[in-house]
Design a binder for this molecule. Sequence first.
Ligand code: AMP
Length: 208
Amino acid sequence: MRLMFVGPPGAGKGTQAVRIAAKYNIPHISTGDMLREEIKGGTELGKQAKSYIDAGELVPDEVIIEMVKERISKPDATSGFLLDGFPRTRQQAEALGTFAVLDAVININVPDDKLIHRICGRRICADCGATYHESMLEDPKRCPKCGGSLYVRDDDKVEIVKQRLSVYKKKTQPLIEYYTDLSILHDVVGSGGIDDITDTITDVLEQK
Ligand code: AMP
């Protein structure tokens, strides 16, 4: 199964992608995670990407397209994959179409005010990568799963979040029409409970 999740920052794409990828035994390919790994590793690509990410802007298409093309060509992705955060522009979508055919695109919808609340309260474990909302945490600094320390992403600060939302509307939202025209887009409401949303996405995929 070749899947793609689209939706604004904070829609819960990452959370749902981890669950759905595990369910269908396909790799979860998150371009945001890949770029953050590059930054952590101090690579050339990471250095190039950091200034865009910190400003809430998109990393140039050529860089991202090459990165995804290479990742998709790895053996674990031959029978399927779940793309999370790619494509984000029309140019990326058209490039993807030249090296992979998607079976379904899941569009996760959440109202803007909820998105800002979700992202600005997001805490991530530096050790295991688990994501929480601060309101769920007894200790705001420790991961309840593994005890690792929790951090806030640099680009999860409110003014950068607003910029990311504006970039999403301008550059990524038009892909909804693009994939609707290809008859592979499925809308899912992303503002309920995490388990319910996973069930809804699974139902959509099973009915295809
Ligand atoms: P995410 O973790 O998906 O929210 O991505 C974090 C940041 O990485 C984005 O705000 C962009 O700066 C960059 N990024 C991730 N995926 C892409 C992409 N497909 N195209 C351009 N930039 C991206």
